[in-house]
Write a protein that binds this ligand. Structure first.
Ligand SMILES: C[S@@+](CC[C@H](N)C(=O)[O-])C[C@H]1O[C@@H](n2cnc3c(N)ncnc32)[C@H](O)[C@@H]1O
Length: 322
C-alpha cells in the first residue's frame, strides 16, 4: 500500500523515470546484507503490539500516537521493549501509547523557531533531506503538507520512522534510506525543501546549495538550518579536526556569508529568520539516548566554547526562493 502511494506521489511530480532505480536502492538497503543490525531492528518492529491507536496528533510538540489506555499491561511492556531496541533516539519527542520517548533533541523547539516564517505547507510536496527519525516530516504533515518525503542514509533512523508509521499508516509521509547523492539530478519539482543540520557536513557547501535548488520547482521555498558563527569570528570557520567532537564538520559560515552563498547560488529573497545558541536543555543525554551529548562537547571551564576551543554551537534558520 505504501509503496504504491509513494510511486503515485513521485509520478505526479514527474519522477516516473526514477522509480525503477529507487526500488532497486530500497531493496538493496532494506536488507540484512546492507546493515548488520537490520535483522534485529526488523525483529523489534515485528514485536510492536498490533493495536489501532484511538487517536493521532501530528500537530503537537510530542508527536502523539494513541494513549496508554489503548493497551493492556502486556502490550505496554512489549511496546516499550521493542522501542528501546531502536536506541539511540535522537530526534523527537514522541508519545506512543503513553510511552514518552524523550529524545536527545527537543526537535520541537527547532520547529517552533521556524514554523511562523515558512510558506504555509498546505497541500505542498515537501522534501526533508537528512530528516533523521522523520520527526519533522510528521510535523510537516501535521501542518498540512500533501506529500512529505524524508531521506536519511542512517538506517536506524529509518527504522524509528517505521515504528511510528506502523501505527500512523499515512500513505502521504515516507522516510527513505537515501543520501542526497542518491536523488536524481535536477528534480525541479518540490514546493518546499528542508535541509536542516546538514550543510556543515558537506565538504562543498555551495555545491549542496545548488543541489537543493535543483530539487525545487521554480518559485519553491528552501528552508535551510545550519551551524553559524558570529561574524566577529570571521566569514567562515573551517575546523581543523573535530568540532564539538564531530569529525565531519567542514564549514561553519557567518550569517552574512551564508546569505551571500545563497544569493551566489541563484536563490532570491534570502533571509535569516532565527539565530539561536544551542542549549544543554535542547540537546542532552536522556534515558532514550544514553551516549554523550552537548554538555560533554563544551569546555567545562568556558561553556561558550567547544572542547576544541571553537565558538559553541549556534544555529541559524534561513529561507530563500528559487
Ligand atoms: C544533525 S542531523 C539533522 C536531523 C534533522 N534534519 C534535524 O534538523 O533535526 C543530520 C542528519 O543528516 C543525515 N545525513 C548524513 N549524510 C547525509 C547525506 N549525504 N544525505 C542526506 N542526509 C544525510 C544524518 O544521518 C543525520 O540524520
Amino acid at each position: 500500500m505504501f509503496e504504491s502511494a509513494l510511486d503515485n506521489h513521485l509520478s505526479a511530480l514527474g519522477l516516473d523515470a526514477w522509480l525503477a532505480e529507487l526500488h532497486h536502492l530500497l531493496q538493496q538497503r532494506l536488507s540484512p546484507a546492507f546493515h548488520g543490525h537490520f535483522q534485529a531492528w526488523q525483529t523489534a518492529l515485528q514485536q510492536l503490539p498490533a493495536v489501532t491507536p484511538s487517536s493521532i496528533d501530528l500537530d503537537c510538540a510530542a508527536v502523539r500516537v494513541g494513549q496508554a489506555a489503548d493497551l493492556d499491561a502486556a502490550q505496554a511492556a512489549a511496546l516499550e521493549q521493542a522501542l528501546r531496541q531502536l536506541h539511540p533516539w535522537r530526534k523527537g519527542p514522541f508519545a506512543i501509547f503513553g510511552v514518552h520517548i524523550d529524545t536527545e533533541w527537543r526537535s520541537d523547539w527547532k520547529w517552533d523557531r521556524l514554523k511562523a516564517h515558512i510558506a504555509p505547507l498546505t497541500d505542498r510536496a515537501v522534501l526533508d533531506i537528512g530528516c533523521g527519525s522523520g520527526y519533522h516530516c510528521w510535523r510537516m504533515r501535521g501542518a498540512g503538507a500533501g506529500f512529505v518525503m524524508g531521506i536519511d542514509p542512517t538506517l536506524l533512523f529509518v527504522m524509528q520512522f517505521a515504528a511510528l508509521q506502523n501505527y500512523i499508516r499515512d500513505p502521504d509521509v515516507h522516510v527513505l534510506p537515501l543520501g542526497m547523492e542518491d536523488l536524481p539530478p535536477a528534480m525541479g519539482c518540490f514546493d518546499t525543501v528542508f535541509s536542516m543540520g546538514l550543510l556543515y557536513h558537506r565538504r562543498e557547501p555551495q555545491q549542496h546549495l545548488l543541489e537543493l535548488k535543483d530539487c525545487l520547482r521554480d518559485g519553491g521555498e528552501l528552508v535551510l538550518e545550519t551551524l553559524v558563527i558570529d561574524e566577529r569570528h570571521g566569514d567562515v570557520l573551517e575546523p581543523d579536526g573535530r568540532y564539538a567532537q564531530m569529525r565531519n564538520v567542514w564549514a561553519i559560515p557567518s550569517v552574512p556569508t551564508l546569505l551571500t552563498w545563497l544569493r551566489q547560488c541563484g536563490f532570491r529573497d534570502a533571509r535569516c529568520v532565527d539565530v539561536t545558541v544551542t542549549s544543554t536543555a535542547e540537546q542532552r543525554r536522556t534515558d532514550w539516548m544514553q551516549f554523550q551529548s552537548l554538555s560533554d562537547y563544551l569546555d567545562p571551564a568556558a561553556p561558550t566554547k567547544t572542547v576544541e576551543g571553537y565558538p559553541a554551537p549556534t544555529r541559524a534558520v534561513c529561507i530563500a526562493h528559487k
